[in-house]
Each structure stands twice: as C-alpha cells, then as structure tokens.
Design a protein around this ligand. Structure first.
Ligand code: PHE
Length: 502
C-alpha cells in the first residue's frame, strides 16, 4: 500500500466528509460554511479539521478580528440622539440661544452635564452669563454641524445597520460607553497539496473504527480491526460550568480575609437618617457632600425618628463642642435637617451605630455593602457602588496598627505596592488615603483614620477607634484586569463564561 493509500485508509468518516466538502468549495472554506454544507455541527468540523491539519492534509488559518456592537447607552444615543445633539437641536429651535435651566428641563439634568462638555469640545456653543443667568449661545461651527451627522453618529448608525466601524469614533464611543468590543477568531480551512492528491485518488465514504465495543472484544474482531489513532491535541469544544459572579467571588474572598484576621461581619439598611449618616460623624450640615447634587434624599419616609436626648447632645457638639473639649463648628444646627431620610452615602453609618450600641471595647467589625451617591456614570464612577468598611476599637489602638491592618488586607488580596497619603474627613484625625500601584499609576482605594473625640465621646465610645472605608469595585477592576468600572455590571455572558475562577 502506498503511503497516500495508508493515510486514506486511516481517515475517519468526518475527515472524509470535510475533505469532500472542501473539494466542493474549490479547496478553501470556513468551518461555518462546511458545517452548513451538511457535515454536521461546527464542533465536528473543527475536530475533523484539526486532525486533517495534524496529518498535513489541510491548513487552518486563524485571524483575530475585533467586532464592535452597540451597548444599551449606544442604542439610547441612536433613538434619542446624543446629549450634545439634543442640546444643539434645542439651540437651533430657540434661535441659537437658550438659558441653562430651560435646556436642562428639555433634555434632562443628567444629559445636560454631558451635553455641556461636548458642546464645548465640539465648539458648537459657548456658555455666557447674561443678566445673572447662564445662557448658551450657538457658534458658527454649531450652526454648520447642525446640518449633518458627526462621525460618531455616523458610526453608531453603521453599527446598527450591521456594518463594521473603525477610526477615531471607535475610541470616542468606547469611552462614552456606547459600544463594546469583542474579539473573534476567524478561521479558514484550505487543502494542502497532499489534500489535493488525496482527493484526486477519490474517497470511499466508510468509517474506520474509532471505539472499542464489548461486541468487538467478545467476538475477537478487535484483533483484525483498524482503529483510528488518538490525537490528544485535537480541537474540543470548551465547557463552561456554572459559577458565582466574579464580584461575589471577590466579596467572599474579602470576607474570608477579614474573618481570618479576627473580624466579625455586620450589615445595615440602605435608607438612613442624615443624623446617623452624617451628624453623629461630625459632618457639618453645610458640608458639600450633603448637597442635593451629591446625596439622594428620599421622599418616603420624609423623616426618620431620632432619639431626642442624643439629638440634643449632637446638636451641641456641632454648635459649640458640647461636652467635648472641642469648640464645635460654631453654627446653628438644624434638628429637622438631621431627621431627613437619605440613601446611605457610606457604610460608616453602620459602623458608628454599632459603636453606639456596643461602646465597650474591644471590637473588630467589618462590612461590605452598597452605598449611593449622585455621581455621573463614567469609567471610574457609579452612582451605586460598594464599600469595604471596618473598625478596630480597643485600648491603645494606634495609627501604625491601622496602616498594618490595611497593608495586611491588601497583601492578602495580592497587592504589594501600596502608599498611604494624608487626607481629610470631618470625622477622623489623623486621616489617610490608601493608594495602590496599578499599571504604573497610583489608584485611590479609599479613606481611613482615627475617629475624632467629637464623634466618640458623645456616643460613649470608650477607647480609640481605627476606621476605614474602601472601594470594592476599584479592587475588582484591578483584580479582573478591566479598564472600566461599568464592565462589572454589564453582565456580558461571554466575558462571564470565559473568566477563570478567582
Ligand atoms: N466614609 C469614607 C468614604 O466614604 C471612608 C472612611 C471611612 C474614611 C472610615 C475614614 C474612616 O469615603
């Protein structure tokens, strides 16, 4: 038997089918087209093809292609128009001039902030003060561009119509969260000269044995049968088992680190009073963080009950220092303001209530929970994010110990290069920020410090309290190698499936 005949004899049924199919495609095709040509599933085609490749009968050529698709945001841009386009249209409709509030009410407050940035960037309008009002005026460029789509808008349209896009719009739309990127491997299979020679000889569509059956053994037929050899490097489909969401896995890991360091977990409610979230923490009532722009105030319940005695004593601390040796903030404290209900802006609210309820040391407490702030969404900010918060309350606790605990925590997570910088929080002194080095840049992870006497004394807390509140999502994107915090919540099934266990 010639060596070519020997090779032909050892071909499996699927291999022969792929070869015949390739023949009908004039020697070159994609696995998808071969599968359509009635050879069976893609997996079978790829399996047979990698066998054929290992025998030098076909070549498999792979090319990586980047594919873009519209995100929810991108689809919104298409149906409602990009914020700057909406603003430009309003400007045109009002003869090139509109005041800021009117524009805000027409296109929505969230859109307004984004639109203003882009109006300026695209040189479509200028912002001016007129009679104590902020007014937006269209520029000649704005008038010109009102007539036609921007490159970004054209790109969004192309994507919707199924065409591919490239150029500067890709990065700009990616940054704005309008499109997402996926990599796809494109394969072509082609006959080699050897493959062509085989087809010239002709193929007989019968199978060689690929499995040893009880019958073959019992009858002794196995002794004369031809078996197909095994290839351990052959293509097999990937199997993806069920697993926890990566963020949940990370939370589990963080919990086990703190539990391992002797901490106990606590939790609390999302809706809280200003009193427990801010006032007991000595945050003055005119602090910018308490603005409508930063905090979500709740309509229901409008007020939350606060212990009258405690409210009086905290009011005194703010006004003149009360029973502490501080002089306080020296302003008129509003008890009404203190009782307003809000979505908690930090998890420190639970920490401080826990300390009030457990004033006797020692305690080591941690929690991981959602907090809410009126942030515009971008690659590093979300209006709803999670904090990793903790305290150590014990006699002689000190600042070095705080640094040590945070270092130990991040080291256990695998972050080596940390730095601590002085910071300011109204409720701690001294205060510091933790930063970690990531891709050569320092990334801010959260705040920490020692609670001030204005916080601890009125609540009857006996000893020194070391406290910290760290961002969970920032840790997560570094951990998972993401560039954008939003990707954590996209629930891209492809990404989730392929992600290894943490
Ligand atoms: N509450 C702070 C924040 O939300 C973090 C912090 C917690 C700072 C405890 C000091 C002490 O950013």
């Amino acid at each position: 038997m010639s060596s070519l005949e020997k090779i032909i004899n050892e071909l499996s049924l699927h291999e022969k089918e792929v070869l015949l199919s390739l023949h009908s495609f004039e020697g070159k095709s994609t696995p998808e087209d071969i599968a359509k040509n009635d050879v069976g599933s893609l997996v079978k085609v790829m399996n047979a093809s990698s066998w054929l490749q290992s025998k030098g009968i076909v070549d498999i050529h792979e090319k990586l292609e980047t594919i873009y698709s519209l995100t929810k945001e991108g689809k919104k841009f298409l149906t409602q128009g990009m914020p700057e386009r909406q603003a430009l249209t309003e400007l045109i409709n009002s003869n090139g001039q509109i005041d800021l509030d009117t524009l805000g009410s027409k296109i929505g407050k969230d859109n307004l902030a984004i639109a203003l940035g882009w109006l300026k960037k695209r040189d479509w309008a200028t912002l001016q003060s007129k009679d104590n009002k902020k007014v937006i005026l269209i520029t000649p460029q704005g008038k010109k561009d009102a007539q036609h789509n921007t490159q970004d808008e054209d790109a969004l349209k192309s994507l919707k119509e199924g065409s591919s896009i490239q150029g500067t719009s890709v990065s700009s739309l990616k940054k704005r969260g309008a499109i997402k990127e996926k990599e796809k491997i494109l394969r072509t299979i082609s006959l080699t000269q050897k493959g062509k020679n085989i087809l010239k000889k002709g193929l007989d569509i019968t199978d060689v044995l690929s499995q040893l059956t009880p019958e073959l053994i019992q009858t002794g037929k196995w002794k004369t049968a031809t078996f197909r050899p095994y290839d351990v490097s052959a293509f097999v489909p990937s199997l993806y088992g069920g697993k926890k969401h990566p963020l949940t896995q990370l939370i589990d890991k963080i919990k086990s680190i703190f539990v391992g360091m002797g901490f106990q977990e606590i939790a609390g409610n999302y809706v809280e009073s200003c009193f427990w979230t801010m006032d007991v923490l000595f945050i003055p009532q005119d602090h910018p963080a308490r603005d409508l722009q930063d905090t979500f105030y709740c309509k229901q319940p409008p007020r939350m009950p606060v212990d009258k005695h405690l409210l009086d004593s905290i009011a005194n601390v703010h006004e003149n220092g009360g029973s502490t040796s501080s002089t306080g903030w020296q302003y008129k404290f509003s008890k009404k303001e203190a009782q307003k209900s809000i979505l908690r802006t930090h998890t420190t609210v639970n920490t401080i209530r826990y300390l009030y309820e457990h004033p006797d040391p020692p305690s080591k407490i941690f929690q991981i929970g959602k907090v809410f702030r009126r942030e515009n969404i971008d690659s590093t900010h979300l209006p709803e994010f999670q904090q990793v918060e903790g305290i150590v309350h014990e006699k002689n606790a000190n600042f070095c110990q705080l640094i040590g605990i945070l270092k130990e925590f991040y080291h256990q997570l695998g972050f080596e290069k940390l730095r601590f910088r002085p910071a300011y929080f109204p409720y701690t002194e001294p205060s510091m920020e933790v930063e970690v080095q990531w891709h050569g840049k320092w990334m801010e992870l959260g705040g920490s410090g020692i609670f001030r006497p204005e916080v601890t004394e009125p609540l009857g807390i006996k000893e020194t309290v070391l406290a910290w509140g760290l961002g969970l999502e920032r840790i997560a994107i570094m951990y998972l190698g993401l560039n954008d915090i939003r990707e954590l919540y996209f629930s891209d099934l492809d990404w989730l499936k392929k992600l290894p266990l943490l």
